[in-house]
Design a protein around this ligand. Structure first.
Ligand code: MG
Length: 401
């Protein structure tokens, strides 16, 4: 038997070419020139992920056989005894995606071929149209339509809306305030307006981003039903998923859920009871391609489609991994897309491109993406205390962002 190719180093590359701080894992091997890349981006706790990789995973992984992805994934998860969680899952994802990249490079195949081959040539994407007024949102939708996009998410003033009139109590602390009732009312009005303006030519989506109380979310899902959204996203917080049964019993608005999930218990029941239509984990947050592959197959058995999370806090390497899955699994639904900058394309050669609303892979072996480490180093991660996640209700109490 040939001598195995082994892991000789596991490095974390931190870079911030835009708003989001990104963590990329580079696994180097005993074969000269052979390495793989993976996304480990948990942007709000980026340095904790880096420490988990450098201090805990790296020493445990050195010398292991790069071919044994399954065994390495399971042992990486169990070896710390306490499992799951966003920091550990993202750290494991960085290694897992890099090992799939390496396996593809060794086989001379893109990852979608390792998974079973293409079901489609390109992946339909949706993009975000935000605006300060319903007229501005409609204008942005038209601009996207002119560029060939056919799936467009509508938001009025960001998550939870902005600019609601509200009376705060004396001494209310600073924060990102929003009023759930006003947000729901104005958003329904905006969706009705946009649908009236553009007709049925494109699919519309909306993200509640867990900003409503469960019963308010149920009302919203019912009220929006007639506008035939492609899906309504994160109607509930992960802590409230039992309420999906009630929403499902009330209306046929398609439901998408999952970007915050990091434990299999969070998605098993939703899929088995067919309480949602689209499962949309953040692939690095769930631990990489290996668990995402399992969930895609599991969801397919229940008629649930995928819509993997893909905003700017998924790294370009993570987007390349999303696309490999999208092209392969038969139950693909839609891919969220963030419109990368020219700098993103310069730092990450091979980052997928969109044409006429479709995302295309370059069909190179592995994930098909690389990193210019020198250029990435010119954009180091900044120390940031996020403001937008310091979310508050009108009386000043903390809310989920
Ligand atoms: Mg979302």
């Amino acid at each position: 038997m040939a001598k195995p190719v082994t892991i000789t180093d596991v490095q974390v590359i931190l870079t911030q070419p835009g708003k989001s701080r990104l963590a990329i894992v580079k696994v180097t091997t005993s074969e000269p020139g052979l390495y793989g890349l993976g996304c480990a981006t948990f942007t709000q706790r980026i340095f904790a992920v880096a420490a988990a990789i450098e201090r805990h995973l790296r020493p445990f992984l050195l010398g292991r056989d790069v071919d044994r992805i399954e065994e390495i994934w399971n042992m990486s998860m169990a070896h710390g005894y306490w499992r799951n969680g966003p920091v550990l899952n993202n750290a494991i994802s960085g290694v897992d995606q890099a090992l799939w990249d390496i396996k593809g490079k060794r086989a001379g195949m893109p990852v979608y071929d390792l998974l079973g081959g293409k079901s489609r040539e390109a992946a339909h994407v949706y993009v975000h149209a935000d605006g300060g007024s319903k007229e501005e949102v409609a204008e942005n939708v038209r601009a996207y339509m002119a560029r060939g996009f056919r799936y467009i998410r509508l938001q009025l003033g960001g998550y939870g809306g902005k600019g609601s009139p509200m009376i705060k109590p004396k001494g209310a602390p600073p924060g990102a305030y929003f009023d759930p009732r006003d947000y729901a009312r104005r958003t329904l009005e905006m969706i009705a307006f946009v649908r009236g303006e553009i007709g049925d030519q494109v699919e519309l989506l909306h993200d509640i981003h867990e900003r409503l109380a469960p019963i308010q979310a149920a009302q919203f899902a019912k009220d929006v039903e007639g506008f035939k959204l492609f899906f309504l996203e994160d109607a509930l917080a992960p802590e409230d998923i039992a309420w999906f049964r009630m929403i499902r019993a009330q209306c046929a608005t398609p439901l998408a859920m999952g970007e915050l999930f990091n434990n299999p218990h969070e998605w098993q029941t939703l899929i088995q009871e067919r309480l949602i239509d689209f499962i949309r984990m953040h692939i690095s947050q769930m631990g990489g391609i290996t668990p995402a592959r399992n969930v895609a197959i599991f969801a397919d058995m229940y008629g649930v489609r995928t819509a993997w999370h893909g905003p700017s806090d998924t790294s370009p390497v993570g987007h390349a991994a999303n696309l490999q899955l999208d092209l392969w699994h038969p139950n693909f639904g839609i891919q969220e897309w963030y419109r990368p900058s020219e700098l993103d394309y310069a730092i990450f050669p091979g980052l997928p491109v969109v044409e006429d609303g479709y995302l295309y892979a370059n069909d190179k072996p592995g994930l098909g993406i690389d990193i210019d480490e020198e250029l990435a180093a010119k954009y180091p991660c900044q120390d940031i205390v996020e403001d937008w996640t310091q979310t508050r209700l009108p009386d000043g109490s903390p809310a989920r962002p």
